[in-house]
Design a protein around this ligand. Structure first.
Ligand code: DGY
Length: 317
């Protein structure tokens, strides 16, 4: 494969990446944009890096943006569409790992695992003091799910094993058969919020979902409810969330933030916050499978074959 034809903002993990042996890895990613025009580049591999109009201007022959991840809010899809550039992502292969990590966050937050760990390390353990670590039961609690796509569905299957009652909301209601098979009940978002002990976010970040959980909606949650987010930080009004957590009214278990890698001080200092650095899909198996899918898409594109996992943009009728 011609070295001048594919750019990647980083080397991807796993053996499949070597199949693009002559791919050029950009040493400083796309930060600050490309400095000069790169004619002949037909495919660009990114991992959450912003793909803007400005980037595309430097890539006159680009036909494919391959996103290493399932979310593609970092890519200016309108600019790509105007230039006839296709976009592919890595759906499916990361659902299990992301759902596993969502359960990890739920269990850690509800059972106060981070505080338990700090407690043991600080030598405070005696029979009276452990009473301060009394926690909330996960089994039998009510889970609210926003977005019942592949990841939301995988979370539900795990939650059902914990005897959780599951409510969900999304734009398109599932069929009665699908709801029955998953054991979930549909609710409008505002009606669901006061009923849940734990709320977990699994919708994509779009112009419609940005700020979906705003101050008013967060105030509808029960006292001490836990907000879990492994999707995108900007779906939640982060300032409003910090205010609720700082006041001790809500708790959070977060993998994503609005301005990563920056995490508000209010969250970092709150005992009611369980925090992770955007690692939900970061297992060896999953990351290798994501690389495989990116590489297969790029190879298909270069060979003029159908793409495996293209983004199909919704058109409003
Ligand atoms: C995704 O796939 O979108 C994950 O958040 C990893 O970036």
């Amino acid at each position: 494969m011609d070295s001048a034809r594919i750019l990647s903002t980083r080397p991807l993990p796993g053996p499949a990446f070597a199949e693009l042996s002559s791919v050029e890895v950009l040493q400083s990613g796309l930060t600050g944009g490309l400095k000069k025009e790169r004619p002949g580049i037909v495919a660009l591999i990114v991992a959450g890096d912003a793909v803007t109009e400005n980037t595309l201007e430097f890539l006159p022959d680009l036909g494919l943006v391959a996103q290493y991840g399932v979310g593609f809010d970092n890519v200016d899809i309108n600019a790509c569409a105007r230039r006839g550039i296709c976009i592919v992502t890595t759906p499916g292969v990361l659902s299990a790992a992301t759902a596993d990590f969502t359960m990890t966050l739920i269990l850690a937050a509800q059972r106060r695992l981070i505080e338990c760990d700090a407690f043991v390390r600080s030598d405070r353990w005696n029979s009276e003091s452990i009473a301060t670590l009394e926690a909330r039961e996960v089994s039998g609690s009510t889970l609210g799910v926003i977005g019942m796509g592949r990841i939301g569905t995988a979370v539900v299957r795990r939650a059902r094993a914990f005897d959780m009652k599951v409510l969900y909301t999304q734009r398109r209601r599932l069929s009665p058969k699908e709801e029955g098979a998953l054991g979930v009940s549909f609710e409008n978002l505002d009606e669901m919020l006061p009923k849940v002990d734990i709320l977990t976010v699994h919708c994509p970040l779009t112009s419609e979902t940005r700020g979906l959980l705003d101050r008013r909606r967060l105030s509808l949650l029960k006292d001490c409810a836990c907000v879990v987010n492994t999707a995108r930080g900007a779906i939640v009004d982060e300032r409003a969330l910090v205010a609720e957590v700082t006041a001790g009214r809500l708790r959070v278990a977060l993998d994503v933030y609005t301005f990563e890698p920056s995490v508000p001080e209010g969250l970092r200092s709150a005992s009611g916050a369980t925090l992770a650095p955007h690692v939900a899909s970061l297992t060896t198996t999953t990351r290798h499978a994501m690389t495989r899918l990116v590489v297969d898409n790029v190879k298909a594109f270069v060979a003029g074959k159908p793409l495996l996992t293209p983004i199909v943009l919704e058109t409003k009728a």
